[in-house]
Design a protein around this ligand. Sequence first.
Ligand SMILES: C[S@@+](CC[C@H](N)C(=O)[O-])C[C@H]1O[C@@H](n2cnc3c(N)ncnc32)[C@H](O)[C@@H]1O
Length: 308
Amino acid sequence: MNAIPDFSRYRDIIDDFEAFEAALARPLPLCVWANDLKITPAELEASFGSHGIDFQPRSWRPGTYLLDPALSPGTRFEYAAGLYHVQEEVSLLPVTVLDPQPGERLLDTCAAPGNKTAQIAVAMQNTGTLIANDRDYRRMRAVSRVLDRLGVFNASLICHDAANLPADLGSFDRILADVPCSCEGTSRKNPRVGAARPAELSRMSRVQQAILKRALDLCRPGGLIAYATCTYAPEENEAVIHACLNDPELGDFDVLPTRIPGFHSAPGLIEWQGESFDPRLKNAMRVYPHHNDSGGFFVALLQKGARS
Ligand SMILES: C[S@@+](CC[C@H](N)C(=O)[O-])C[C@H]1O[C@@H](n2cnc3c(N)ncnc32)[C@H](O)[C@@H]1O
């Protein structure tokens, strides 16, 4: 049983706060997805079956399975051969919402350790162009290892502050901004995580806003941006997007609906502690651990105006 952090500042925005706290006390389920660059979901299921591994398919995302948390998935043959990747279920949401297509130009602004980069590359079926960036070059080594193991060859790795990515990169059809955050939603796997302190919230929201602004600059007119965090704090989520929506230097963009059939979520907030947010933020997605027995996440899908 995990120690439960004090998230009582969110009591009024989380439906069934007691169920939320009860979920935080439980261990996190183990989730893997089939790498269909190398194996079909049916073949992976047959491999699991022949090795006596119980698996629970997740209906909202074909080829995604919950396994017994007592398994060591990273030491198995299937992992070493890149047939599956281990990734927290809720962390699969931003790329699912972004929906990358083969042949497109994609940018992953904050890529390390590479889980979502891998998901993007596989969705693109190793075609098109995928630029994976992270400011931390040591963490980029992990991205390289993940992509190598999974057989990805459409990705190029670069190392910049995402708030200052060079304009020479050109423009992108879709951009993932999986920004650094206070990580409150990861407390089930990291017991040291607690509610973010005010100083951390304001530091984080400045960085997040700068990264999102640059992503909006680098997105082609009509292109899409998925903005994601693994935190509950509205200061790092709705407030960041609201500030960009109201920034006269940025062209117009919309907040598109993000519901995923078969995956329970709550709408984004349109007010918090006396502050109102743009009503389109209702279209964003908040996921709390008791909704799907997962970690916590926030995802918004933004579309740059056709004339911006
Ligand atoms: C939430 S993690 C990304 C997780 C990754 N997308 C994945 O799914 O594996 C945030 C990342 O942002 C990086 N980061 C922090 N500040 C940054 C900045 N200013 N520019 C680019 N990357 C930054 C961190 O090094 C960290 O790897």
